[in-house]
Design a protein around this ligand. Structure first.
Ligand SMILES: Nc1nc2c(c(=O)[nH]1)N[C@H]1C(S)=C(S)[C@@H](COP(=O)(O)OP(=O)(O)OC[C@H]3O[C@@H](n4cnc5c(=O)[nH]c(N)nc54)[C@H](O)[C@@H]3O)O[C@H]1N2
Ligand SMILES: Nc1nc2c(c(=O)[nH]1)N[C@H]1C(S)=C(S)[C@@H](COP(=O)(O)OP(=O)(O)OC[C@H]3O[C@@H](n4cnc5c(=O)[nH]c(N)nc54)[C@H](O)[C@@H]3O)O[C@H]1N2
Ligand code: SF4
Ligand SMILES: [Mo]
Length: 594
């Protein structure tokens, strides 16, 4: 039996034990802190795949790996080359290809398809984004699950919230909402206002933690003034809530140990950074940072405090809105941008103008189909690596458990090409892996990253811990007026506003990997029947889905899961105001029966 870790892009980062067969049986490593006894079903999809890419291809011809790599070398000899890396495998060795791009003078991407806006908001307020250890969640009295579909996207956190008072804030009545003491079915994209209003009510009643604020957030008076710039009644209407429910929430969270468990849902907007800074400001008013059993848990920077040999200084272009056509050669590694990036129509057109598209991945997908060169990768069971997590500072070695002659590792790929193109010899693979592990503290069979703190921010904010919290003080929002958005909202009948689009993660898919969906979920009040085929239309494109009615959805919104084929044809090609992050939900859609 060999111990390893799941490499999929998932916060749980489960520890795994395996029997090492070709189709390995995998079980949860019971001694590992996050996997607590069970794995999810997705991991089994990962093992038994039929659409695994097995043979390298060049211009539609099956070739040997060596021949394919020589074609890659030729493609990379052109002037302008870009590396666009997805997050199909979360191992640290994925980034070794940065060294190849450094050697050949290529371009990388900046920003994120994921949590970039939220992260930027956290940095504004706290100066550094430190992960709240799950053990602190376990010590809380009250957990607020805020825009996080925890039973689906982080199921291994469930034991930590067992027995707590539970508040759920989500536009969809998700599974966890059914067990909540308070469920606020918020209108999408209004979490900023909710956080501001809650903070205002808390301060109006002098419930703020004065002692804490004098030391760590002394600008709270200015923040109180800021919260008073927003008029209560119109804002309650915006949020879709009444005063009572806000009062109930205040009652639940004042004077208790509270963890705000915040997910990606709140920040897939142009204003995503402000939402997180507002939520953090609310938490600061209550003195929730640096205190046992309290805090704000969002997605964190898994490699904080790690000296990363793959950090290189190169020109970078936006990841969410990449202009691929500016490049001669584009290497796509571990991702499926043609489905996962916003505005797939634009992405497709851009990629079609690139001379050589190289796809380096595990599975056949939309992107591999438009590639000129296909390099099959090795799966995380077939190579050594190190697994960091964005929900805890536990670091787990990933070990090769299967010998396979399919594909090539990222290390093998970079080593071959650097040697071939630049006569550079990469250091041994073990050197890089050990370099990561040696920076961590060993605890049994796993490690703790140097960034781990039992109670983050206990000495204050900022990199070194001596700073005060920076409250949010500026906010400007023009979503209701933007022109590109009005194009679909004008119909012959008059003003047709369009529905909010929410695109959360699917249960049986991992982003665009594994099971794909083809449905649009909507409230029966909208007047469609199950199975109706509808066109979902936005200013950026359209796509067709089958209707699935559900009372769990607000009647001003529709839900299309992120693993649905074509969902990103309707999402906007824009980045958030801060954080260079995609804004999948900054759009409204209309529906037409076909
Ligand atoms: N099964 C499965 N697990 C996954 C993934 C997967 O694809 N499948 N993907 C992984 C990845 S890459 C990530 S980043 C994480 C993300 O996991 P989460 O942080 O849970 O993110 P989402 O599923 O995108 O959205 C979470 C919730 O936000 C709600 N929401 C949408 N809009 C709003 C809003 O305006 N306000 C509020 N309050 N809520 C809103 C949605 O209804 C949903 O319940 O999941 C990881 N885990
Ligand atoms: N509408 C909408 N779109 C979204 C989101 C959303 O919420 N809504 N969420 C966004 C988020 S949070 C994320 S993180 C992105 C993810 O988007 P991507 O990073 O593009 O992830 P996937 O689409 O899952 O594609 C992963 C690919 O990686 C390849 N792969 C897997 N393992 C390996 C390996 O070991 N080596 C190599 N070389 N390749 C491998 C597989 O072939 C797989 O097809 O999607 C974003 N897209
Ligand atoms: S996908 Fe997530 S929950 Fe499933 S085994 Fe991997 S780390 Fe655990
Ligand atoms: Mo993500």
């Amino acid at each position: 039996m060999v111990k390893t870790a799941c490499g999929l892009d998932c916060p749980d980062a489960c520890g795994i034990i395996s029997n090492g067969d070709i189709f390995p049986k995998v079980l949860a490593d019971r001694e590992h802190p996050t996997s607590n006894g069970t794995l999810c079903s997705i991991i089994n999809h990962h093992i038994h795949r039929e659409d695994r890419l097995k043979t390298p291809m060049v211009d539609g011809r099956e070739v040997s790996m060596e021949e394919a790599l020589d074609s890659v070398a030729e493609a990379l000899s052109m002037d302008r080359k870009l590396l666009w890396r997805g997050s199909g495998n979360f191992g640290a060795m994925q980034e070794v290809t940065n060294l190849l791009f450094k050697a050949i003078g290529g371009t990388l991407t900046k920003g994120s398809l994921c949590d970039g806006a939220g992260d930027a908001g956290i940095l504004e307020g706290r100066g550094v984004n430190r992960i709240l250890p799950p053990s602190q969640i376990a010590k809380s009295d009250v957990v607020v699950v805020w825009g996080k579909n925890i039973t689906v996207t982080a199921s291994h956190l469930m034991p930590y919230i067992e027995g707590k008072r539970l508040i759920v804030i989500d536009p969809v009545e998700i599974d966890i909402a059914k067990r909540a003491d308070i469920f606020l079915q918020i209108r999408p994209r209004t979490d900023f206002y909710l956080a501001i209003l809650l903070a205002r009510f808390i301060m109006m009643q002098n419930y703020e933690d004065r002692g804490y604020l004098e030391e760590f957030g002394s600008d709270y008076d200015d923040f109180y003034d800021f919260t008073r710039e927003f008029r209560i009644k119109p804002i309650l209407e915006q949020i879709g809530a009444d005063l009572h429910i806000l009062g109930d929430i205040v009652e639940e969270i004042v004077g208790k140990r509270v963890v705000l468990l915040v997910g990606n849902g709140v920040q897939k907007y142009s204003i995503g950074s402000y939402v997180l800074q507002a939520i953090d400001s609310l938490a600061t008013i209550l003195g929730l940072f640096g205190r046992e059993g309290s805090g704000v848990a969002f997605l964190g920077n898994s490699k904080l405090g790690i000296d990363n040999p793959f950090d290189v200084n190169l020109e970078r272009v936006q990841k969410a809105t990449t202009e691929f056509s500016r490049f001669d050669t584009v290497l796509i590694q571990g991702g499926n941008p043609l489905e996962s990036m916003p505005s797939s129509g634009r992405v497709k057109e851009e990629l079609s103008k690139v001379k050589r598209v190289i796809y380096f991945g595990l599975y056949e997908n939309e992107t591999s189909k438009v590639a000129d060169i296909i390099i099959p990768a090795k799966s995380f069971f077939e190579k050594d690596d190190v697994r960091f997590s964005y929900a805890s500072y536990i670091v787990t070695p990933m070990r090769k458990i299967v010998e396979s002659d399919i594909g090539i590792s990222e290390y093998g790929f970079s080593k071959y090409l650097m040697n071939k193109i630049n006569y550079i010899d990469l250091k041994d693979e073990r050197h890089y892996i050990d370099n990561f592990l040696n920076q961590c503290r060993r605890v049994g069979d796993y490690y703790l990253s140097p960034a781990h703190q039992d109670i983050p921010y206990s000495g204050g904010f900022g990199e070194s811990g001596g700073d005060e919290f920076q409250f949010i003080e500026d906010f400007y929002d023009d979503f209701e007026q933007i022109k590109r958005f009005q194009r679909v909202t004008k119909s012959k009948k008059g003003r047709e506003v369009g529905y909010f689009l929410t695109t959360p993660k699917g249960r049986n898919g991992l982003n665009s990997q594994f099971k794909r969906d083809n449905r649009v979920y909507l409230n029966p009040k909208l007047g469609f029947s199950d199975g109706d085929r509808v066109k979902v239309i936005s200013p950026y494109g359209e796509a067709q889905f089958n209707v699935q009615n559900s009372y769990t959805i607000r009647d001003d919104s529709v839900v299309i899961y992120a693993n649905s084929i074509g969902v990103n044809r309707v999402t906007p090609p824009i980045v958030a105001e801060e954080g260079n992050s995609a804004c999948y939900q900054e759009v409204r859609v209309i529906l037409k029966k076909v």
